[in-house]
Every structure is written in C-alpha cells, then in structure tokens.
Design a protein around this ligand. Structure first.
Ligand SMILES: CC(C)(COP(=O)(O)OP(=O)(O)OC[C@H]1O[C@@H](n2cnc3c(N)ncnc32)[C@H](O)[C@@H]1OP(=O)(O)O)[C@@H](O)C(=O)NCCC(=O)NCCS
Length: 283
C-alpha cells in the first residue's frame, strides 16, 4: 500500500504545479488570477489541516480510545518511546515503565485505536506487534494499538529533579513502599516523565488531545497542586500553549541536561466540603 503521507505530498506538489500554471500574462484579469491562487491556497490549507493529516495516516476511520495504562501496556510503551525519541538518552527504559505503571498507573494515560488486521494490511506502526486483542476470541481478531502515551509519578518538589526521574533499584521487593527516589506517594506534584506520540501521527493533533485530556483528569485528583515536567528548549512554546509556565532552566542532569522547568498549576474542581465550602476554586 502507498504511504498516505507521501501520497499527500505528491498531491500537494501537483496542486503547486496547477497554481504555477495559472496564466499571469497581461491579457488575463489579475483579479481572477489572484482569486484562483487564494482558492488553491485555501483548498491546500484544508487538506493539510491536522484532522485531514490524521485521516490520511489511517486506512480506516480513526476512533480514539483514551484510558490509563496498565503494566500490561509496557511493551507497547517501550516500542513507542524508542520510536518517538530520537536521542536514546532521553528515553525511559523498559524497567522504568514497569516500575511507574506498577506503582502509580492512575497517573498515566494512553491513546489507543482498534485495528482489524484485515482492514489494515500493509499499515505499519511500531506498537502493532505488541497490541493486545480487544476481546478474546473476537472473530475479526481486532487489536487495540497504542498511539500516544503519558507516564508520570508523584513528586514532593515543585519542579522535576533527577531523583524524581530515577527509580529505586529494589522496587520489586519493597512492596510499594516509597524510597528516596522515584514515586513519592505523598507528593502533590505530578512529575510528567514521558509524553510520546507515534512519529507516524506527529503533527496531527494527537499530542494536543492527550495533553488536554490528561490535564483535565489530573485536575480532578485530590491533594494534587500541579503538573510539572522538563523539556528541551524547542518544546517550551509547545507546553506554554496548554498553560504551562516556563520557570527557567532545570537543574536536572538526566540524559545530558539542557532541560527547562515547566509547571502547570491545577485549579481543581469545586468540591464541596462537609461544611458546604468549596476546597479549591474552579479553573
Ligand atoms: C512533542 C509531541 C508530543 C507533540 O505531539 P504532536 O501530536 O506532534 O503535536 P500536535 O499535533 O498535537 O500539536 C499541537 C499544536 O502544537 C504545535 N506544535 C507542535 N510541535 C511544536 C513545537 N515544537 N513548538 C511549538 N509548537 C508546536 C502544532 O503546530 C499544533 O499547533 P495547532 O494546534 O495550531 O495546529 C510529539 O511531536 C512527540 O512525541 N515528539 C517526540 C517525543 C518528545 O519530544 N516528547 C516530549 C518530551 S518533553
């Protein structure tokens, strides 16, 4: 099957040729020429919208299913993380995913889509091989494929530090008890460690979808004041669009350093206390 992205590119190139082919000689009314150009640009802009790019990336209708991850999603998370982060030092390892999705799965989120193998012949995505059956014994063999993920832990500080990014080496034998590093159950900061969208779908609005959904979900949690993360400078403006504040350069050395601290303050939902007073103000 032809790659839908390259098909889109060649279509755009054809339309460029059509634009260039518009006769601009003096005997053609220049208003008409400029109207033709405007219409072509509008048609092209509509075709290049995130929504249409998303539909072009799938050979079937895109119907996302968004849910918290479980430890059984680890293999897909690792495949997605490896595909999304070009720098291996910036990726979370398989054991980190296992630790985080065992210790605090409620702080994670995944965007999935259902794929029926017969309808998706030749369609490739790095998480397909590890996708789980939607239902056992379903005749069409449909599987649920991970497209994007967010994985976090709780932290005590306002910004994410190296100890938050780490995990206790003996976590399997600790029985969920907190250690000096990694998830801090009493922390009021959500330390967002991994946000990844499959490269096949980047720029199609999937990142926006998962971040907005995630912030809404975290906003309704008790004893949670903020979502904090570290990012490279080229993503500062990306997070600012969601309302994160750029706090400054991070002290974290994870993956070679060069990070920036970003903090999103949660306003909480209006939760009536027994006395009838709201605990927090609404956003
Ligand atoms: C960063 C990432 C999560 C963004 O997800 P995405 O699905 O590609 O982004 P979206 O399509 O949802 O973009 C939403 C908007 O942000 C804009 N945007 C995308 N990347 C941006 C950037 N680097 N800087 C500023 N804005 C950006 C888009 O243009 C879009 O704008 P629009 O709403 O006006 O159309 C994704 O590209 C990714 O997984 N990258 C690799 C892993 C990574 O770097 N993760 C972040 C670690 S901190």
């Amino acid at each position: 099957m032809a790659d839908p992205q390259s098909a889109a590119t060649s279509k755009t190139a054809q339309e460029d040729d059509i634009d260039l082919a518009v006769d601009e000689t003096d005997d053609v009314d220049s208003d008409f020429v400029s109207l033709q150009k405007t219409l072509s640009q509008k048609r092209r802009a509509a075709k290049e919208s995130p929504e249409s790019r998303l539909q072009m990336a799938f050979p079937f209708p895109f119907a996302p299913n968004i849910r918290p991850l479980t430890v059984s999603d680890c293999e897909s998370c690792v495949a997605l993380e490896n595909a999304a982060f070009p720098n291996p030092d910036h990726r979370a390892s398989g054991e980190k995913f296992e630790y985080r999705l065992t210790t605090c799965p409620e702080l994670s989120l995944g965007v999935f889509c259902t794929v029926v193998p017969n309808q998706a012949k030749g369609w490739k995505i790095e998480t397909l091989a590890s996708a789980k059956a939607v239902e056992t014994d379903r005749p069409d063999g449909a599987v649920s494929v991970l497209l994007a993920h967010i994985v976090s832990t709780r932290a005590c500080g306002e910004v994410v530090g190296d100890s938050d990014m780490a995990y206790p080496s003996d976590w399997r034998s600790r029985g969920g008890k907190s250690a000096d590093v990694g998830h801090q159950e009493c922390g009021q900061t959500i330390a967002l460690h991994s946000l990844a969208v499959s490269p096949k779908l980047q720029g199609c609005g999937v990142g926006k979808m998962i971040v907005k959904d995630y912030l809404q979900r975290m906003n309704s949690l008790d004893r949670t004041d903020r979502v904090s993360l570290i990012c490279q400078d080229y993503l500062v403006s990306y997070y600012e669009r969601f309302g994160f504040k750029h706090v400054g350069e991070s002290k974290a050395n994870f993956g070679g350093g060069g990070w920036h601290d970003m903090v999103f303050t949660l306003q909480g939902s209006q939760k009536p206390t027994p006395g009838g007073e709201p605990e927090k103000e609404t956003v």
